[in-house]
Every structure is written in structure tokens, then in C-alpha cells.
Design a protein around this ligand. Structure first.
Ligand code: HEC
Length: 449
């Protein structure tokens, strides 16, 4: 087995030696989802509320979500859908590469919400919970979205009201289209449901028992990964074809590249396994992160590059042929995971509860919240270059020991209702005092050299 694997790696290595390891740097928070368009545009979704659209290593930011962006899908003609923790489903029209535009069937985009010039955006609507999954119909006629509120909606791209499908009975984690009339939904309840859009019927196809996190619809098969580490391939009737369950869990992400018959599987322990979907054999298995999960995965258009994201603010692209040759790319070492035990309490409070959204240094930051540099004595909502909610913009509050204490004693949702800051209370008065004492020094220091 090992010898066979090594031989395979050599052969492929020669064929695609041009592919190079790459990094997608610029997000201000973990990369939650990745999707590559047929013409090779990489889109990334981040905890920093933005979608990154990459040309090589250069990002363009698509702003519009008011919370972490958690799901992405490419449709026809440069349509990109995103879903977020603000419960919103958004549609972006991305300029298509001239050479790729010729490959599109023009009638597929006719009548769509196409806008001329640049990346236009519109919000299709909102669920009542985080949008965890998106899938376009193969023809491009509609977009399906699934949410943790336990709903699945079909949005006609020509406009008009969304159709709400029969509730799956549990939060939806994953969606996949089999055809223009058949949609699969994987739920936190451990089921895969098969929706027939013509009749509206929903039939349980798989009852796994543990939450289904990710789904791929292949050619006559369905692959899914679950909370308990279950990694299974079933046929269209739900009967098992293969089982790649290892001792790693949870399974968080999957991507399939049809032409090269590669299925990539990413898990909570930071491994990526590649399954050969012609032979149903494990082709490669490598550790992609030094620590922490792989929760975003997709292949480049030729199947030669594999893009992955996890807890780092950076997305990574590996040449598939030499995957095993790279040291783990994703460090998984956010400062709040490091040395927490040895930090003074105030710093630990900040690292655990604030650092993922707030920088302490002056200057631009791509994190979800404004930099807290110089926050003491500053009026709320005035940091230049940060786009505040209407609530904070023009609020009368001045930030000082008392107001920051009140903010986390009562929680942002009570202290400044309508703010974009998530609900969070720090119950212990001493924890708040330590946090504030830490902030008072940390937000006045110049950035460390
Ligand atoms: C999940 C992201 C997130 C976390 C975690 C978070 N914040 Fe925020 N914070 C925000 C956002 C977004 C805003 C801007 C709110 C708005 O515009 O309504 C904000 C605004 C603020 C402001 C007002 C800043 C200004 O310029 O007016 C302060 C102060 C603040 N946060 C402190 C904290 C502290 C201290 C913590 C940790 C205990 C924390 N935040 C945790 C996202 C976060």
C-alpha cells in the first residue's frame, strides 16, 4: 500500500510540478469557507464579516455581511452566494474572466440579477439563524440555503419570493444538489433528507445518528462526513458503497473534483484525506494543521490545487501532487490558545473574549470589530475607516472604565441594543476590572516592534 502510494505521488508530481504552495493572506479572522469557481477564482469567507475574492495572492473584499460569513457557493456566470451569522443570504455578481466567459451557456445567466461592472451585491433575504449551507441548482435557476434555524429555502434567481421547504426537523449543516429538482440536506439531527422539489416531498435517505456536517453529491454516489468521524459513501438509495471512517472527528469539510476523481475530507484534528472516487481507496492522508480543525476545503479548477482554511486568518493552497511534502500550513495557534494559563487574568480575558474581533494596535485592521487602540476617552462609533452599525454611529457614549464595565456587565444587547457586537456578558466583577486594567495599558502602547 505504501509503495503504491509513493509511486502514485511521483507520477502525479511530475505532471503538475508547476503548481506552487500559496497563501491567501489578509483576512482579519479565521477562514470559515472556501469556494473555487470553474474559472479558478478563489473566494474565501471569514469570521471578519467579509468575503475575499482572490486574484493570485491579491484580495478584493466584498463587504455587506454584518457578522461572520459562514457559507459560500459559486453559481453560473460569476454569481457568488454567501451566507452568514447575520442570517443573511447575499448574492454577488463577480466579473467573469474573459476567456472563461465563453465557456458559460449564456441562457443560464439571462434574466438573473446580473449587474454591469464590478462586483454588485444584493441581499436575497434572511433566515432566523446562521446560514450554514448554500447550493446552486445545476442549471443556475435557483439557490438553496440551509440554516441552523432548521429551515431550507429555495431562492429563484429571477427574483420573487423564496420557497420554504418542509422543515427538516433539525439545524441544517450541509446541502447538495443532485439535479434541478432534487436537493439533499444534511442535518445536525444526523439525517440526510432527499427533497423532491416537484412534489415538495422530503424523504430520509440516510439516518446516521450523529450530526451530518458536510455532504458531496457525486456521480451516482453521495459522500458525507459527521460529528462522530463517520466518513461514508452511499448510493442514491442510501445503501453503503464505502466507509472511510478513521479515528478522527468531527469531519468538517469535503470537496470533490470530478475530472480527477478526488474527494478531499477535512477533520477537526487537522488532517486532510484524499479518496480516489474511481477506486474508492485512500490516495493520500496528511496533516494540514499543526493544531486545530480544517473547516474549509475546495479544489482548484484542474484538481491540481487544494485550498484549505481553519483557525488561522490565512487560507492555504497546496499542490495536491506533493501534499505529503509540506509541513503543516495552518498553525492553529491563535494567541488565545497559547500560554493562556500563564497570562495575567485581564490579558486572558481579552485574548479569550475579545481578541478574535478586536486589534489593540493603531492602524487598519481587518478584524470584525474596530481596533480598540485609544478607546479610553473616545466617543463610541468614531474610529475613522470602520463601518459601524447605525446604533453606534452617533451614539452619545464615551468609552471609559464605567461604560466598558457596564457594556459587559449588562451585555452589548442591553447596553447598546442594535449594536453589531454579539451578546456577551462577563459575569465576574473582578474579571471585568482585570480586563479593563489590561485594556487601559494595552490600548495606549504603540505597536510592539
Ligand atoms: C464577535 C466579534 C466581537 C467580539 C468577540 C467582541 N466585540 Fe467588541 N465590537 C464588535 C463589533 C462588530 C463592534 C462594532 C459594533 C457596532 O458597530 O455596532 C464592537 C465594538 C466594540 C466597542 C466600541 C468601540 C467603538 O469604537 O465605539 C468596544 C469598546 C468593544 N467592542 C469592546 C469589546 C471588548 C472589551 C470585548 C471582549 C470582552 C469585545 N468587544 C468582544 C465585535 C466584537
Amino acid at each position: 500500500m505504501r509503495a503504491a502510494l509513493a509511486g502514485l505521488a511521483l507520477v502525479c508530481g511530475a505532471a503538475v510540478s508547476a503548481a506552487e504552495f500559496t497563501t491567501l493572506k489578509g483576512h482579519g479572522g479565521p477562514v470559515m469557507a472556501l469556494a473555487v469557481s470553474p474559472d479558478g477564482r478563489v473566494a474565501s469567507a471569514s469570521f471578519d464579516n467579509s468575503v475575499g475574492l482572490w486574484r493570485g495572492r491579491v484580495p478584493q473584499w466584498l463587504e455587506g455581511h454584518a457578522a461572520a460569513v459562514t457559507a459560500l457557493a459559486w453559481g453560473p456566470g460569476g454569481l457568488l452566494a454567501s451566507g452568514g451569522d447575520d442570517f443573511a443570504v447575499r448574492l454577488w455578481q463577480v466579473e467573469v474572466e474573459p476567456e472563461a466567459a465563453g465557456q458559460e451557456a449564456p441562457d443560464q445567466v439571462r434574466g438573473g440579477p446580473r449587474q454591469t461592472g464590478g462586483a454588485g451585491a444584493r441581499e436575497l433575504g434572511r433566515h432566523r439563524g446562521k446560514v450554514a449551507a448554500l447550493a446552486f441548482a445545476p442549471s443556475g435557476g435557483w439557490l438553496a440555503s440551509g440554516s441552523w434555524d432548521g429551515s431550507v429555502r429555495i431562492w429563484p434567481l429571477e427574483g420573487g419570493a423564496a420557497r420554504e421547504l418542509a422543515p427538516p426537523g433539525a439545524p441544517v449543516n450541509a446541502l447538495a444538489c443532485l439535479s434541478d429538482t432534487v436537493l439533499l440536506a444534511g442535518t445536525a439531527g444526523g439525517e440526510i433528507l432527499r427533497y423532491d422539489l416537484a412534489t415538495g416531498a422530503a424523504l430520509p435517505l440516510v439516518k446516521h445518528g450523529f450530526g451530518v456536517n458536510t455532504l458531496v453529491a457525486g456521480d451516482g454516489w453521495i459522500a458525507y462526513g459527521a460529528v462522530d468521524g463517520g466518513t461514508r459513501i452511499v448510493d442514491m438509495a442510501g445503501a453503503e458503497i464505502a466507509d472511510f471512517t478513521l479515528d478522527r472527528r468531527p469531519i468538517l469539510a469535503m470537496a470533490w473534483h470530478a475530472e480527477t476523481a478526488q474527494l478531499a475530507v477535512g477533520d477537526g484534528q487537522g488532517y486532510i484525506m484524499i479518496v480516489d472516487t474511481d477506486r474508492w481507496q485512500i490516495a493520500r492522508d496528511f496533516r494540514a494543521t499543526r493544531a486545530g480543525p480544517v473547516w474549509a476545503l475546495d479544489f482548484g479548477p484542474e484538481g491540481a490545487m487544494l485550498y484549505a482554511g481553519g483557525i488561522d486568518d490565512v487560507g492555504y493552497g497546496w499542490p495536491v501532487a506533493s501534499l505529503d511534502a509540506f509541513a503543516p500550513g495552518i498553525s492553529g495557534e491563535r494567541s488565545f490558545l497559547r500560554d493562556a494559563a500563564t497570562m495575567p487574568n485581564g490579558e486572558r480575558q481579552f485574548m479569550r473574549k475579545c481578541s478574535i474581533c478586536h486589534a489593540l494596535e493603531p492602524g487598519p485592521s481587518r478584524k470584525a470589530g474596530p481596533s480598540l487602540f485609544g478607546v479610553f476617552g473616545r466617543r463610541a462609533g468614531v474610529l475613522p475607516g470602520y463601518s459601524y452599525s447605525a446604533t453606534l454611529d452617533g451614539a452619545e457614549i464615551v468609552w471609559n472604565e464605567e461604560t466598558i464595565d457596564a457594556l459587559f456587565d449588562q451585555g452589548p444587547d442591553h447596553y447598546i441594543p442594535g449594536s453589531k457586537m454579539p451578546m456577551q456578558v462577563i459575569a465576574g466583577a473582578q474579571d471585568r476590572a482585570d480586563l479593563i486594567a489590561f485594556l487601559k495599558t494595552a490600548t495606549t502602547k504603540e505597536a510592539k516592534e
